[in-house]
Structure formats: C-alpha cells, structure tokens
Write a protein that binds this ligand. Structure first.
Ligand code: ADP
Ligand code: ZN
Ligand code: ZN
Length: 818
C-alpha cells in the first residue's frame, strides 16, 4: 500500500518553490506524480501539478488537495524534467512552464468576483475609473477583475476594486470557474462474454423482454462493443432497455472519448514517395543510424529551397514509425505553410494530428488527447507542438529552424528549437533542424561539433536556382530626380512575365498605405497616443493605425498642432504599391497579401488558392509571401526595398535580411520555367544582400560570424535582457537605475568575472502601450551564470517593488528587442 500522505505541487505562478499539500485518504490510491491537482491557495483554488510525493512532511497541519481532475498523469517524468529545465533556462517557474505545455481552457481555477451592494450608501466622490467599474457592474451584474479590466484597464485595477470593497460599495466573493473546455465522451456498452446465458434463459428473455433480447442477440452475433446511441437507434429502443441488460449483468457500460473534428482540412498533396537521390540518401542514412541506435543526436540539414529536405523528413519519420516510435514536426506557421502540412497528411493519413491556430480550444484539446492516448503517432504544429504528449518519441523535425516565430514573446519566453534539442536529448531521439538559411547559432553549433551538419547541394527536381539581379536604387533615384518605387528593370520584367501568362511575387515588408502622416508647416507627425511610433495611414477604410498596439484613429484633416492642411503622406506600404501596380500594369490581375487582407479566418488560404489556380498575375505582400509556398507559375520575384530590415537596431538585422531575401528568392522558378529575382537596394554592396544574390550561405556566414565574434555577441556569449516597464517615466528611469546597481552588486558578489552589462538605455520603442521602457543587457559565456544572476536580481527587485506598478521582465536569448 502506498503511503503518500503528502504531495508537492507547483502552481502556474511566478513562485519558484513547490508547495506541500496533504493528500486526503480517498485520493491516496490514485495520486501519482505528473497529475493535475486542484488545490486551495490563499482564499482561492487553482490547478497545479504534482511533482513529488512524500510520506512525511515537515508540518503536519497542511491544506489538503481538493480534487484530482484526471484519471491519470498528464505529464510523463520526461516532460516534467523538460519543463523543469525550461523554467530554469528561461527564468520562469516550473508551474508556469508546465502550464504552457498543456492545452488552455481545461483548468479549474477560482477568481474573485465583484458585485454591487444594493443597499450601499452613496459612495461619495468617485474617480472616472471607479465610475466606469460601477456602471459596468450595474449593467452586467457580478464580474471578475479580468472582465472588468476590459472596460477599466488592467493596471492597478486590483487596488481600485479593493478600495471600493473597503468603502462598502462592492462585495467580493471567490467563485470557482469550471473549465471552459472538457473532454467529450459517449456512452458505450460491451458484452460480458463470461455471462452468456443458456438457451432456456434466452428464450424466456425473448418472451418477457423482446427488445432486450433483440439488442443482446445483436451484440452477441455482431459487434460486441457498441455506442448506446447506435443501439437505441437501430432497435428503436431507449436507455431503460440497455440499463435492464446491464442490471442482468450481461453487458457493461463504459465511456469512450469522442474527438471533435478539426475544422481546417488539409487536402492531402504530393503523396508520391520519391526514391532518394545521392545527397538525400546520405542524409537519411546518417539520421536513421542515430535513430536505430536510440542515440540522441542533433542534425542540421542545410539545403536550398526545393532540395528535397521534406522528402528526407518524411522517410525518416516512416522509419521511426516502423521502429514503434513517434514524431513531432514543427513548422513556423501553418496558415503560411499549408503545402508542407498537406504532404505530411497525404503520406501519413490518420496517424497524424495537426495543431494549428485555426482550431478552437475544444478541438485543440482533442488533438492533444489523440496524441496522449496513442491514437496518433505524429504531431505537426507550430511552436507549442513541441510539448505534444507523445510517448516513445523517435524524431523531432524543426523545419525552417531559423524562423523567429519559434521564439515565444510571453512567459515562458522559450525558443521551440532549443526546447526541441533538449526534449530529443531526454527522449534519446534525433532532432533534425532543417533550413536553407540556418540561424547563425545553429550553423555555429554544427561547426563546433555540437550537431552534425548534412547538406543537400542541388534542387531535387531539374529546376535550377534563379538568377538574381541587384538594382542600385541610388542610381535610379538620381536619374529619375526623385523617389522611385519600381525601377525600370523591374517594370520591364513584370510586363514581360505577365504578357507570357506567368506570375510575379513582389515583396514589401510594410503594410498599410504610408507609414508617416506629417505636417509640412510645423513638422508634427501623427503618432500613437500610447506608443512612441508613427501611425500608418490605411487607405482601405481610411484610418491611422499603430502597428504595435493596434490603436486606431480617424484620418486627421488638419494638423493636430497648428491646424494646417493639407497634410503630407510619406513613405510606401503595400496598399500604395498595389495602387501603383494597378496604374502601371493595366489589365494585370493584382492581389495583396498582408496582415490586413488575411485577418479573417482562412484569409491566407483564399489568396494562395487564387495564386495556384492562375487567377492572379501579380501578388504584392509582406514577408508572408516568402514562406514555404511552391507555385510553379511564379517565374519572377521582385523585392521593392531590401534595406528596411538592415536598419533595425538589432544584432540579428543582417541575418534576418539575408534569410528573408533568400527565402523569397527561393519562390521563383520552382516549376519547369527558370526563375528570376530582382532586388532593389540602396545598399547593394552590403554583405547580406550580396550573399543572398549569389545564393552563398557560407559567404554570408563567414562575414557574420566574424562580426559577432569581434563584438562578442551571441553565439559567442549568451545574452539576457532585463526590461523595466512603468507608466510613469520618472519612476521607470529610477527603477532601472536601482536595478542596474543591483545587477552590478550581484555580479561582484557572486564573483562572476567576465560578465558584462550593456546599458541601461531606453528601449528602441521608448514608450509602448502607455508604458515607458528601459533595457539592460547582460552578456556572459555561461548561460548558467546569467540564469543565476537574473533569478537572484529578480527576487531582490520584486521584494523592493511589489504591487506590479513597476514591472521587471526577463528575456533569455532575446529576439527582436525593441
Ligand atoms: P524542400 O523541403 O527542401 O524545399 P522538397 O522536399 O519539398 O524540398 O522537394 C522539392 C520538390 O522536389 C518536391 O516537389 C518534391 O516532391 C520533389 N522531390 C523531392 N525529392 C525528390 C527525389 N528524390 N526525386 C524527385 N523529386 C523529388
Ligand atoms: Zn502643423
Ligand atoms: Zn500604439
């Protein structure tokens, strides 16, 4: 008999230590490590995870676990360990890491709910915000803080509400919310073979209860396990009849899971299996050797677009399945890579679950359960699919491993590629990172021997790599005597391709019509009231839009400051180019693909379908058009402005530009016709642009790695960012000064020589969503030291600044620091 009288439970909150709870007698038989547990915490209940069981506790009087909502563990010991590592590496709590590894919406949680006290006295003087809260409660009845935050804003709302409670205006009660998502089950019956009655009993049953007998005989001679609903329908029976059979001990009732069907269907495509070419065979053999030996090994599969990487993944996974193992395939974003997903579905049919953003919470949970119960052996999905609950994992594929969407921007701020490598390690699985343009970090690892590099050197079909022409826009503008959006070479080329009935992709990484609205008299610039950025003019619908916080305002007719008109519209976005294209290429069918035209569900698919069926001649779009599509009709790719990304104040600016240009160039000439790429640039000699033009990854890498080494940036040192956010500019600055003192003291105190700080400095976006922001970067060769430092400093800081008015955010291995 197990005597697990106490359990250690971690909660999804930024609290590092597990809490010990008593296990009530009735749950002792059932409790196991890896289970969810509903526990009291403060005056609420929350759902945590059992990470340990104890026979003795230091204190005897402990709160008890309320409930174990599942039949068994939701985490294997391997997943518990993975999430523990994740929490340590990315500086969050174990509970937060576990919480992000299971589907949302299934947790039992309680919240405070506020209601108006009917007989309350006149509340006296109220602030604007307090009035808003009271009006909302009067209108809608009792609400939680989260619901109220939608009308009254989240920051400091807790104390506003508390003060209303103290004044006797509001009542607060704790309510337990049931999960918004539940498993769905159906009632089934199964025959009990040990209880089959003799002929005489059957005959008497046929006389006395003919319907019962009919159902029973049907199960005896047909399928022995049947859904209650099917039996009732077939025999025009009701549940009483089935219950009768159950009472006689002839059948037994059980619950069977039903899965909601995923909504988005992937037409199985390109099912034909190719026999591998020389390079592919070498890659396959190396990966499969590790797989068969159950050796955790990371491979970097570098191959230009169309070199047959996907075919290698497919065949490696086939081998893994034959060995009884399972597979995870990560793709950057499913709506942008439907063709890749369709090939996996086509090859593996029902053995696959697809996790994508188009799924509702219930469907997502069901796909997750299909994996957990072993009904599928392969999971394909974006970032969070790395936590898919598959057992006996053999392969993890990270396709387009350089893609920045693998980094999560909220807590826990993990990078799915790095989690993949760690998970493969723990599972003795192989991890295959694939890309035409590997991240500098991954390529560096393959140089230093941390991973094994395999290369596919040519396109798998006969298609050749497109020829790339770089147009020097300095000459163009000089000769035209003003702004040029489309150079003469590009214009001629587009005309030629369209006349031949071929298709053109044009890349401009900026949506909207024009990014600046400016007063020519006083220099006023339309900026977001909450962020320190200019608002972009959108011509469809006619409004200004902040691309960081999505705030909108109507188009100003006159200057906000000096009332001058007309205002100037400067700069070029996709809408403006679309308009220009319509004028320049009359008769051509033009479509636009950016966040605005794809906002509705299925928006991407609609545009890509039109492109595939030849209804579009020219597609203008943001970097969305650069991802994994394969459209044989596209023979020309134009890049309107290759330099925008280079201007970002980010040490990865060159890398991101090189990757984007190479990816978009790879869209040209994937069919029988040769492709051509025209890149417009004001910096045609920049190494990122030159290397992309000559399809020369090694040339790019050698320049880039030299730069990183001389400035000691990643991958030579690990970087962590400590960010302060506060609505008050002075407080933000003061808190940052205090924080950087703490950091320096700790570096000294801990004896971390060689650890360096950069900053503090105001963030590039000095103000975002009403908050002023400061950054401090820490750099060290040791990730462990950065973790120790940030953890210690965070504890000290939060002790000094409780209440959340000043917020400290920590980001390890940051991407896109604004
Ligand atoms: P990648 O993933 O590197 O972009 P794919 O695996 O999609 O490359 O292959 C590009 C095209 O070549 C696809 O249409 C695929 O069906 C085809 N292909 C892949 N491998 C072979 C092969 N060994 N022989 C012939 N065609 C192949
Ligand atoms: Zn003005
Ligand atoms: Zn904004």
């Amino acid at each position: 008999m197990s005597q697990h009288r106490f359990a250690e439970v971690v909660l999804p909150m930024p609290l590092d230590q597990p809490f010990t709870y008593a296990v009530p007698e009735g749950l002792r038989e059932r409790i196991a490590v890896g289970m969810r547990a509903v526990v009291p915490f403060g005056n609420r209940v929350d759902t945590g995870y059992v990470v340990g069981l104890l026979e003795e506790a230091e204190r005897e009087k402990l709160k008890a676990i309320v409930e174990l909502p599942d039949a068994g563990p939701v985490f294997t010991s391997e997943m518990l360990e993975l999430c523990k590592w994740l929490s340590q590496y990315y500086c969050c709590s174990w509970g937060e890491a576990l919480d992000c590894a299971i589907p949302a919406g299934i947790q039992i949680r309680s919240r405070k709910r506020y209601s108006l006290i009917e007989e309350a006295m006149q509340p006296g003087k109220l602030s604007e915000r307090q009035r808003k809260v009271l009006a909302e409660l009067k209108l809608r009845g009792p609400l939680t803080e989260m619901q109220l935050a939608k009308v009254a804003g989240p920051t400091g709302l807790g104390s506003t509400l508390q003060s209303l409670v103290t004044r006797g205006v509001l009542d607060a009660e704790v309510v337990t919310e049931s999960p918004t998502v539940n498993a769905q089950t159906e009632t089934w019956f199964r025959l009990l073979p040990e209880a089959i009655p003799d002929g005489e009993t059957l005959a008497s049953m046929q006389r006395r209860a003919p319907k019962q007998a009919a159902v029973y005989l049907d199960m005896l001679h047909g399928e022995p396990e049947r859904a209650s609903i099917d039996l009732c329908e077939k025999h025009d029976a009701n549940t009483t009849i089935l219950r009768g059979l159950e009472q006689k001990g002839l059948v037994e009732r059980f619950q069977r899971d039903v899965y909601r069907a995923p909504q988005m269907h992937f037409e199985p495509a390109n099912i034909r299996k190719h026999s591998l070419n020389r390079d592919q065979l070498d890659a396959y053999a190396a990966i499969v050797a590790a797989l068969e030996a159950a050796r955790a090994q990371t491979f970097l599969l570098r191959g230009i677009t169309g070199s047959g990487k996907t075919e290698v993944y497919l065949q490696v996974i086939e081998r893994a399945l034959a060995l009884g193992r399972s597979a995870i395939v990560l793709v950057p974003e499913i709506s942008l890579t439907p063709q890749t997903v369709a090939r996996f579905v086509g090859r593996f049919k029902t053995q696959i679950a697809v996790l994508h953003s188009g799924l509702g919470a219930g469907e997502r949970y069901d796909e997750w359960r299909r994996a957990q119960q072993g009904d599928v052996r392969i999971v394909v999905g974006a970032r969070s699919a790395i936590f898919a609950p598959l057992s006996n994992l053999g392969v993890i594929v990270v396709d387009e491993e350089h893609d920045t969407s693998y980094k999560q921007s909220e807590v826990p701020r993990y990078h799915a590629r790095d989690v993949a490598i760690m998970r493969a390690n723990l599972s003795k699985a192989v991890c295959v990172l694939g890309s035409a343009t590997p991240s500098v970090e991954s390529y560096h690892n393959s140089e230093s021997g941390k991973s094994t590099r395999i290369e596919l050197r040519s396109r798998a079909t006969n298609a050749s790599l497109p020829e790339v022409l770089v147009v020097d826009m300095r000459n163009e503008t000089r000769e035209a005597g003003g702004d040029v959006t489309i150079s003469r070479v590009l214009e001629t080329a587009v005309n030629e391709r369209v006349a031949e009935g071929e298709q053109v992709l044009l890349l401009l990484n900026r949506r909207g019509y024009s990014p600046y609205v400016l007063c020519p008299q006083c220099g006023w610039l339309a900026t977001c009231p909450d962020c320190q950025v200019s608002m972009t003019y959108h011509s469809h619908g006619g409004y200004l839009n902040c691309h960081y916080c999505n705030a909108r305002r109507s188009v100003p007719q006159v200057c906000d400051e000096c009332h001058f008109n007309p205002l100037l519209y400067l700069g070029t976005g996709t809408q403006k180019v679309e308009e220009l294209l319509e004028r320049t290429f009359q008769g051509a069918r033009i479509a636009r693909m950016d966040a605005d035209t794809t906002a509705r569900k299925g928006g991407h698919a609609r545009i890509l379908r039109r492109l595939a069926s030849g209804e579009v001649d020219i597609l203008i779009g943001t970097q969305m058009i650069a991802k994994g599509h394969d459209y044989p009709g596209v023979t020309l790719v134009g890049v309107i402005n290759a330099d925008t990304g280079l201007a970002h104040p980010d040490f990865r600016a060159a890398e991101n530009t090189f990757q984007l240009l190479t990816q978009v160039a790879g869209r040209a000439g994937r069919g029988d016709l040769p492709g051509r790429v025209i890149v417009q640039s004001f910096r045609p000699n920049h190494y990122a642009i030159r290397a992309a033009a000559s399809h020369d990854y090694p040339a790019f890498y050698s320049q880039e790695i030299a730069q990183r080494e001389s400035s000691a940036y990643p991958p030579f040192r690990r970087m962590g960012i400590l960010m302060i956010e506060c609505e008050d500019p002075l407080e933000a600055e003061k808190a940052m000064a205090r924080l950087s003192r703490m950091v320096r003291e700790q570096i000294e105190g801990l004896g971390f020589r060689g650890m360096e700080t950069l900053g503090p400095s105001p963030a590039t976006l000095r103000r975002l969503r009403k908050k002023y922001r400061w950054n401090l970067a820490v750099l060290s060769k040791s990730a462990k030291r950065i973790n120790t430092l940030t953890r210690t400093v965070r504890q000290l800081f939060e002790a000094e600044y409780p209440g959340g008015k000043v917020q400290l955010k920590v980001d390890l291995d940051p991407y896109g620091i604004f």
